[in-house]
Design a protein around this ligand. Structure first.
Ligand code: SF4
Length: 230
């Protein structure tokens, strides 16, 4: 059983497949508590119902959409992830999995979207900081990241960037990982309004030009605002 917050049809808003019509399976439950999490109903206040794999597959296939995105929350929390991925790929779906890359499992997919969380995510000021220490301990798992980068063929690495100093942190982290081609590294502005994204996006584009990384939009926020099911 997998706890699912929502299943919906939209376009992929982020990453190298941005703009691609896709069905999203958003699982609920996360081992992190990012300060700026844009899906708190899967992390800080997890919602959703426990669903059997065959039920989820049935609902997703009904959309007749070739692209499926498994997102969260943290999909890798669930051992049943492998069965879900196998069944979706057996039905010829292109499968992207989005993860913070703190828990390793080997599952079939077409694109693995790794998003290790920088220190800007740690919730020191939220709820008296009660999740901050655990978040800080768990947010970067070098061994897990290394295994994902070595064992998965198609991946992208997406960083949520808030301030220029985050770029130094990214460089330090990359130096401790197996080499990653620059075109697979994406910088995405932190922000939940189109205005915030535009403001951060402008200097982030300059950083992309400097380092040769890709700029990552958040089309779902630009088009619909920070809403569920889009
Ligand atoms: S890892 Fe993702 S789902 Fe979990 S708290 Fe952070 S932003 Fe939210």
């Amino acid at each position: 059983m997998i706890r699912v917050a929502e299943i919906f049809h939209s376009i992929q808003g982020e990453g190298i497949l941005a703009g691609t019509p896709s069905v999203f399976i958003r699982v609920s439950g996360c081992n992190l508590r990012c300060r700026w999490c844009d899906t708190e109903y899967t992390s800080w206040q997890p919602e959703g119902t426990m669903r059997a794999v065959h039920e989820i597959v049935h609902e997703v296939l009904a959309y007749r959409c070739p692209y499926v995105v498994l997102t969260g929350g943290e999909p890798f929390l669930y051992p049943e992830l492998a069965a879900l991925c196998q069944q979706l790929r057996a039905a010829d779906r292109h499968l992207t999995i989005e993860t913070a890359a703190t828990i390793y499992r080997e599952v079939p997919c077409d694109l693995l979207s790794l998003s290790p969380k920088l220190s800007n995510s740690t919730p020191w000021q939220r709820e008296g900081g009660r999740f901050a220490r655990r978040h800080e301990r768990q947010r970067i798992q070098l061994e897990v990241l290394g295994r994902f980068l070595t064992n998965y063929r198609d991946y992208q690495v997406k960083f949520v960037v808030e301030q220029p100093s985050d770029l130094d942190e990214i460089q330090m982290l990359l130096a401790r990982l197996p080499p990653i081609p620059k075109e697979r590294i994406l910088l995405m502005p932190q922000g939940v309004t189109p205005e915030e994204l535009r403001e951060r996006g402008r200097w982030l584009v300059e950083a992309c030009k400097q380092f040769g990384y890709r700029y990552c939009p958040r089309l779902q926020i630009e088009l619909f605002g920070n809403r569920r099911g889009v």
